[in-house]
Ligand binder design. Structure first.
Ligand SMILES: NC(=O)c1ccc[n+]([C@@H]2O[C@H](COP(=O)([O-])OP(=O)(O)OC[C@H]3O[C@@H](n4cnc5c(N)ncnc54)[C@H](OP(=O)(O)O)[C@@H]3O)[C@@H](O)[C@H]2O)c1
Length: 310
């Protein structure tokens, strides 16, 4: 284990100036490997774009596991590994487990799941069900969802890690309303990971949570990079500024991701989609030049002007 903050070398390695993404599918140049970020305090690194699988897993009941498998394979084709999920019901979870257990995916994925129950025994039962339905002895990362029943479930998570049934433990928030309780929790505990919402149009985490997490040496996973799709609804047909092509960005999805990704506190950004083309597009944002500080300021100004009341 290599304790400490990401070095300047790590950060630079994660932001390579490849300068060749253009409109090519990211898979075309994924042989260079998706840029990675180190999990603070370890020698393990994760690719910087992951899949938030809530929607395709929820859709298994109506559409079967095909769409989930297709987006996961699109992620992997681009060098991605991180899949974040959340137990739903035994039938959907077993189907998810079957997809992630396929021989070529099984050892490749970094699987993150959550506990959403109240009460010690309920939390233990949910985790046992997760291991059984995902057909695994170990989950890479287990998180307390939205700080639910935090004291009880955090004690459970520490036990699971101690027993070797999870490799890393963490907590999630997806709204600024939970930043204060999260800060109180961080005063007394040090999770391996914190998942927090951050996007070009929801930037509160930038000033408040990200510097704190970086300073504490905690790995950061970002959720809501597109505000669960609301970003696209707000923008409608507005064209992406021409100058964004200077850092190889032609869509609003890339615009939001390329705004987020340069932040040095961030380990991985989840994008949720059930569309493989969107997974390719989102992965493409990991490659190529990233905007510099001046360009990021300009991007934020554009977004503020386009938002309601902006
Ligand atoms: N409390 C928590 O723990 C919590 C809360 C929220 C989220 N999360 C995690 O974060 C993940 C991400 O979810 P989110 O809510 O944050 O969603 P998001 O990634 O901000 O947005 C997802 C929406 O954007 C659309 N989309 C994705 N890529 C696109 C693209 N390239 N072009 C156009 N549309 C695109 C998707 O539709 P298509 O399917 O059509 O692409 C979907 O409707 C979740 O799956 C979950 O893992 C955790």
């Amino acid at each position: 284990m290599n304790k400490g903050k990401p070095t300047r070398r790590d950060v630079l390695a994660a932001i390579p100036a490849l300068g060749l993404s253009g409109l090519l599918p990211a898979a075309t140049f994924a042989q260079n490997g998706m840029p990675m970020r180190r999990i603070p305090g370890t020698d393990e690194s994760l690719p910087i774009i992951g899949l938030g699988s809530s929607k395709p897993v929820a859709q298994i009941a109506e559409r079967g596991p095909g769409p989930l498998e297709n987006v996961l394979r699109a992620l992997v084709a681009n060098g991605g590994r991180v899949v974040d999920t959340w137990p739903r019901n035994p039938s959907n979870d077993a189907a998810f487990g079957k997809v992630i257990s396929q021989p070529d995916l099984r050892d490749r994925l970094f699987v993150a799941s959550k506990i959403d129950r109240t009460g010690r025994d309920e939390g233990i039962r949910q985790f046992r069900d997760t291991l059984r339905l995902y057909n695994r002895d170990t989950i890479d990362l287990l998180q307390v969802i939205s700080l639910t029943d935090l004291d009880t479930q955090w004690a459970n998570l520490k036990d699971f890690r101690e027993q070797g049934a999870v490799r890393y433990i963490g907590v999630t928030v997806s709204t600024r309303r939970l930043y204060e309780p999260l800060e109180r929790f961080l005063d007394k505990e040090k999770p391996d990971f914190v998942q927090v919402n951050y996007s070009i149009s929801e930037r509160e985490a930038e000033k408040r949570m990200l510097p704190l997490l970086q300073e504490r040496g905690i790995a950061v996973i970002i959720n809501r990079p597109f505000m669960n799709g609301a970003l696209f609804a707000q923008l409608g047909d507005t064209p992406v500024p021409e100058w964004a092509t200077e850092f190889e960005c032609r869509t609003w999805a890339e615009f939001s991701l390329k705004y987020i990704l340069p932040h040095p506190a961030i380990t991985c950004v989840l994008t949720e989609t059930s569309n493989p083309d969107h997974m390719h597009e989102n992965s493409r944002a990991a490659f190529g030049r990233m905007p510099d500080a001046t360009e990021r300021r300009r991007m934020a100004e554009v977004m503020d002007a386009l938002q309601p009341g902006g």
